[in-house]
Design a protein around this ligand. Sequence first.
Ligand code: CO
Length: 211
Amino acid sequence: MEDFYNKIIENNKKWVENTLKLDPQYFERLAKGQKPPLLWIGCADSRVPANEIIGAQPGEVFVHRNIANMVIHTDMSMLSVLDYAVNVLKVKHVIVCGHYGCGGIEAAMTNKSIGLIDNWIRHIKNIYRVHKKELDNIEDISERTNRFVELNVIEQVYDLAKTSIVQNAWGTNQDLTIHGWVYGVDNGIVKDLGVNFKNDSQLDEVYKLDF
Ligand code: CO
């Protein structure tokens, strides 16, 4: 524990030294501000670090992470990040990135109580209920879990599209595309699930907002 703690402090010193060796103005430039083109909504899982996966540098990705990359419309933290990203930073893309082997998804498929987190996992269970027919028909449990990971991401992309923030941006012709990805923890590869929305045409009528 202490070894690990001391190591990360050391790592930071080395990182600053190496970075300045390669680019003496690196931090000066970053300190001037950020204009990232991308908002990443990902899982809190330690194996899915946004920047590394896509080869992005500091300053290129605005990041929000929670358990199972959920877009919950009463989550003030997510909404605040989304609002700032869309309305102030004017990001061009929002990616919801789930991952195979997601513990949150696995937990949602069981009945065991694991504490307060049950109340967060319940949102994921709601997604299962919507797709129960398809999922229950997949016999292999790991295949079923993988499909659930994908369906959850797709639902989160729709939930993003339903927010007043995203609809307002589209309503004012802001260039904003939202995407759904799944990351393979076992091979590092990202899969685009093909839900790439630039407007509200995919939304059920009942969710569309007039401004
Ligand atoms: Co996860």
